[in-house]
Design a binder for this molecule. Structure first.
Ligand code: ZN
Ligand code: ZN
Length: 408
């Protein structure tokens, strides 16, 4: 039986990151480890997803979820085990790194699977270990559900999972209610009429149209969303033209929208479309713009009662004062898709992964948050969770939370 030390396993996964829906090596590692631990294991669920089932008598079923994909980011941590991987993405060679820490999630779920399998006298029921593809681009959880996850492997009574975060290792964060924001990615193509840069009167300039649209979009949150509601609208990409003396035909905007409340979400998306169309009309665009929602993540909402039950269990891992309410996170997650599809509660918590010494002197959680805002976070090329005690606590948190849901 292969029994690779978890820290070595983590470093190996970290050095071999894979992009969304291409997690073949990671999936093979997860499957190998699940089988070694005694789980009935199935690969290729929803693309590269892996499901392990461990039945241990009558009782409820807990689904434990880890996402496997990495990001097209050039790692700059300088760590001895930093990624130097590259991959093809839409015909381009891109660097790949576990800048969101999903390698932590995979490692911790493997550790938890081993421990739950080794200590079967402590619980009764069924553990469903789910290694999900493609969280970053959305669609991974949905792909597994659409591939018959619950028909083939049974329906859980609860969905549990964790995300490593730039709070100190040794802390866990659980928030009842909306915990991670809904995220929509919107692509806008503004159509102008290209021409010579010297003769704007003979063209309709999509660059100016795009510039006016970007500025006006700033009023969605500031003027149309109530002060007490949360919404973020970010134009993350503006693409148009090639050289100084040509007015291009089109301009493209990529917009990210974050929200917690479905009413706020609809209001923001409606306002964006209205502004895009009106700015195009104001510019005399020869054609209507195209507005396409490329991806949508629903908000991840923790069931309040289930979150409390799990929080109490997690307090046994790190101490009650180290299980904090991190407030709503504007990042997004598709883990809620599993819970919604099964019609069962979700509890998804933050796993502290930052070097605790950086936080020396911070006494309250507010002070910790201020320090956390100054260090590299998820998606940064410098994001570097400390291996321990992060893995140790991540494994213990999963095992303890699972015990809280399974019959003894
Ligand atoms: Zn991410
Ligand atoms: Zn992530």
């Amino acid at each position: 039986m292969i029994d690779v030390n978890l820290a070595d396993l983590y470093r190996d996964l970290h050095q071999h990151p894979e992009l969304a829906f291409a997690e073949t090596r990671t999936a093979a590692v997860a499957a190998r480890e699940l089988r070694a631990a005694g789980f009935e294991t199935t690969e290729g669920v929803g693309g590269t997803g892996v499901v392990g089932v461990l039945r241990n008598g009558d009782g409820p079923t807990a689904l434990l979820r880890a996402d496997m994909d990495a990001l097209p980011v050039l790692e700059k941590t300088g760590l001895p085990y930093a990624s130097t991987a590259v991959a093809d993405r839409e015909g381009e060679r891109v660097p790949v790194a576990h800048a969101c820490g999903h390698d932590v999630h995979v490692t911790c779920l493997i550790g938890a699977a081993r421990r739950l399998a080794a200590q079967r006298e402590g619980w009764r029921g069924t553990v469903l270990a789910v290694f999900q593809p493609a969280e970053e681009v959305g669609g991974g959880a949905e792909a597994m559900v659409d591939d018959g996850l619950f028909d083939r492997f049974g329906k859980p009574d609860v969905v549990l999972g964790q995300h490593v975060a730039p709070i100190p290792a040794g802390f866990l964060g659980v928030r009842p209610g909306p915990a991670f924001a809904a995220a929509d990615t919107v692509r806008v193509v503004l159509h102008g009429r290209g021409g010579h840069g010297s003769r704007p009167e003979a063209a309709v300039d999509p660059v100016v149209m795009a510039a006016a649209t970007v500025l006006r979009l700033q009023t969605v949150v500031s003027r149309e969303i109530a002060g007490g509601d949360t919404c973020v609208v970010t134009v993350g990409a503006v693409r148009a033209g090639t050289v100084a003396n040509i007015i291009p035909d089109d301009a493209e905007l990529l917009i990210s929208v974050r929200s917690y409340d479905p009413v706020v979400r609809t209001r923001a998306l409606t306002a964006i479309e209205r502004i895009v169309r009106a700015e195009a009309a104001a510019s005399g665009a020869p054609r209507d713009p195209e507005v396409t929602v490329l991806s949508s993540f629903p908000a991840a909402v923790n069931d309040a009662e289930a979150a409390e039950r799990t929080r109490a269990a997690l307090a046994g891992v790190v101490g009650a004062e180290r299980v904090v309410d991190p407030g709503p996170v504007t990042g997004s997650e598709d883990v809620g898709v599993f819970a919604t599809a099964a019609g069962v509660p979700l509890v998804y918590w933050l796993l502290g992964g930052a070097d605790p010494t950086v936080f020396a002197g911070a006494r309250t959680f507010d002070e910790l948050r201020h320090v956390a805002a100054t260090i590299p976070a998820n998606h940064s090329p410098l994001f570097a969770p400390v291996i321990e005690p992060t893995l140790d606590i991540g494994v213990a948190a999963l095992v303890t939370a699972t015990h809280a849901w399974l019959a003894v």
